[in-house]
Design a binder for this molecule. Structure first.
Ligand SMILES: [Mg+2]
Length: 229
């Protein structure tokens, strides 16, 4: 059944995960760890960051967690910080982050919506952060629906954001394709009764995604041809 709408994950799907987030995590570790190499190493361990390679490790908490979980993971290491201050730091710095697009998103998404598809975004990031990143690359207006973990529908792998998009689009979930780079995205889409597709522009490996029993594409630039096939 051909999809009439596409619900995208954000990080690792629209934006290249490592190029966008690894420099952010590295800068936070340098800032919070200061001149203490032991603290910097402990922060890197807690967030699943490889200091030698400057990359986020597979399985890192950074990949699919909400910002509150990232704060909780390092608070015991930072006795001079409180949770609210740390959350403000994480949200503030991530909102200013320039996402590195997998493809020039404004033109790519305009092409999809021009072909009659409704477009949605479901991210475990904050909605305000997602909107700021999309606005910066001229892509916010391409979406009919944008939800974050804090939009009132819960986070992935729960189906709340997916079902909210289906209701917004006025479509049964089986007419919608969920596209993401992680098992969380596939689980959320399936729990809502959607079609699902995985891309390799995130941290998950090909074998891990194929094992979920979903089609796997290198990245979203292959999506239009796949939809036509
Ligand atoms: Mg993702």
């Amino acid at each position: 059944m051909r999809a009439e709408a596409i619900l995208f994950d954000k990080d690792g799907t629209l934006f290249d995960f490592q190029k966008t987030w690894a420099p952010w995590v590295g800068a936070l570790i340098r800032e919070l760890g200061g001149s203490d190499p032991g603290l910097r190493a402990a922060l890197a361990e807690a967030w699943g960051y490889d200091m030698q390679k400057g990359r986020i490790r597979p399985g890192s908490i950074v990949i699919a967690s909400e910002v509150g979980d990232l704060a909780e993971a390092v608070l015991p290491l930072l006795p001079t910080h409180d949770r609210d201050g740390l959350m403000a730091c994480l949200l503030g710095t991530s909102a200013r982050l320039e996402g590195v697009e997998v493809v020039a998103l404004a033109g790519f998404l305009a092409g999809l919506s021009g072909s009659g598809l409704q477009l949605g975004l479901a991210t475990n990031d904050a909605e305000s952060v997602a909107r700021a990143q999309l606005r910066r690359v001229g892509a916010e207006a391409s979406f009919d629906f944008i939800a974050g973990y804090d939009s009132g529908y819960g986070g992935k792998p729960g189906p709340g954001m997916c079902l909210a998009f289906a209701a917004h689009a006025g479509l049964p979930p089986e007419r919608i394709l969920m596209v993401g780079d992680s098992a969380h995205d596939i689980a959320a889409g399936r729990a809502a009764g959607m079609q699902t597709l995985a891309v390799l522009s995130g941290v998950a490996e090909y074998d891990d995604l194929v094992a979920l029993g979903v089609p796997v594409l290198p990245d979203i630039t292959h999506l239009p041809a796949w939809l036509d096939s």
